[in-house]
Design a protein around this ligand. Structure first.
Ligand SMILES: Cc1cc2nc3c(=O)[nH]c(=O)nc-3n(C[C@H](O)[C@H](O)[C@H](O)COP(=O)(O)OP(=O)(O)OC[C@H]3O[C@@H](n4cnc5c(N)ncnc54)[C@H](O)[C@@H]3O)c2cc1C
Length: 376
């Protein structure tokens, strides 16, 4: 999938921003709002949003390539910015004009961030089992329940919240709502761990009877579940691209280090035993990139991308999880220092194996659809 000349220029600016602004901030991320505004000024929150809605009207392929470039510097920031982008894009596709004009400008210019909230304490992989309830009331919907492990939830002002409007477990009863997280009936909490990096802004929130107007029902029961099944293929593909970016950054670092660090009178890279794990990682990275390119082309064409996006994500995540420890090892003790990306990328590869469909769930998908059982 090729980029237009204008998109190629956008990607070059995004790559410079990732290297010069994101990478130096990554080791001790302070989440400066100015960084979100700089990202928005580069168009990162509006890549796929049509120009008529204030966005850039650019392609999914550029979004995937931007994700790769950003994640090479910091996966957490890449996930954060793409999640705001996705809410802006969804609003542009589905929201009525009044809702768009209320929320889109602040997302597109980076003053506010946003999140998409499916996961709950009792349901992650099993999305149909969510317990967040939406009750119809006069003029709108009242939302009750809790979401957790949500990127950007610690600072987002806006969320697309998936909630059950019918019986728990009925996937056709799930609707998607636009929710103002600054409402007094919303309480939120951060979720920190060594691995879930601060730059992802991961957290959770409880909605204690927030009432949203009728026009904030973005996807009706019936539409919401179907819509997520399609758009998640795009998310799986760009997460795969992010894994390629992280592994590429690690290879770049390790290869440069191998030229300068001496052992037994010659550079590390002159020892065949040192070069082999690096070459294995290069080879698997090339295969992962080929799958990402095929999935990107398939998703961009509008054809069903379930199989390719699952395969791209399984392969890219597994490749990252397999090779990053070897590349870290090839750096010796030096690789543990925070100015190198290895430890952050290792944690990120674990997150990538869960977010937007865990590796096991994707393997299940591949098993079901790659060679369907013949109809008897
Ligand atoms: C840092 C981070 C950010 C996230 N951001 C978001 C976000 O922005 N929005 C959002 O909605 N969610 C988000 N998530 C949640 C993510 O989507 C879930 O973690 C994921 O869906 C898995 O759900 P779970 O963690 O509840 O694990 P579970 O579903 O409880 O699964 C636990 C383990 O069992 C395996 N498993 C489950 N079912 C099966 C099965 N049928 N067969 C075989 N193995 C199975 C899983 O693969 C996993 O390894 C985020 C998660 C993390 C870690």
């Amino acid at each position: 999938m090729t980029l237009t000349a204008a998109e190629t220029e956008s990607l070059a600016r995004i790559t410079t921003f990732a290297q010069q602004v994101i990478a130096p901030n990554a080791p001790d991320w302070a989440g400066a709002p100015a960084i979100f505004e700089q990202a928005a000024a580069l168009g990162l929150t509006g890549i796929e949003v049509p120009a008529a809605d204030g966005g850039r009207g650019q392609s999914y392929a550029l979004k995937a390539a931007a994700c790769e470039a950003l994640a090479a510097a910091d996966f957490g920031f890449a996930m954060s910015v793409v999640n705001t982008h996705n809410v802006a894009h969804k609003l542009s596709q589905c929201a009525p004009p009044a809702v768009k004009s209320k929320y889109l400008p602040a997302l597109l210019d980076g003053r506010q961030t946003a999140c998409t909230a499916l996961t709950e304490k009792t349901s992650g992989s099993d999305f149909a089992a969510i317990e967040m309830r939406a009750h119809k009331v006069e003029g709108g919907w009242r939302l009750e329940g809790e979401k957790r492990w949500i990127i950007n939830a610690r600072h987002a002002s806006l969320a697309i919240v998936y909630a059950q409007c019918a019986q728990i477990g009925d996937s056709r009863g799930i609707g998607a709502f636009v929710v103002d997280l600054t409402a007094p009936e919303c309480t939120r909490f951060a979720q920190d761990s060594e691995i879930a990096q601060v730059s992802t802004g991961t957290g959770g929130f409880a909605l204690n009877g927030v009432v949203v107007p009728d026009d904030h029902l973005l996807l009706t029961p019936g539409q919401a579940f179907k819509s997520i099944l399609t758009e998640i293929n795009g998310a799986r593909t760009y997460v795969a691209a992010m894994c390629c970016g992280m592994l590429d950054a690690a290879l770049e670092t390790v290869s440069a280090y191998g030229q300068t660090r001496q052992s037994f009178g010659k550079p590390l890279a002159a020892h065949q035993g040192w070069r082999l794990p690096v070459a294995r990682a290069e080879t698997d990275l090339a295969a992962a990139r080929a799958l990402v390119a095929a999935a990107t082309a398939q998703f961009s064409s509008g054809a069903d991308a379930q199989l390719l996006s699952a395969q791209a994500k399984i392969h890219a995540v597994t490749t990252c999880q397999t090779h990053l420890p070897h590349l870290l090892h090839a750096m010796g003790a030096e690789g543990l220092r925070p100015e190198y990306p290895f430890i952050r990328h290792l944690g990120a590869a674990q997150i990538a194996g869960l977010a937007d469909g865990s590796t096991e769930m994707l393997l299940e998908r591949v098993a079901k659809i790659a060679r369907p059982a013949p109809v008897k």
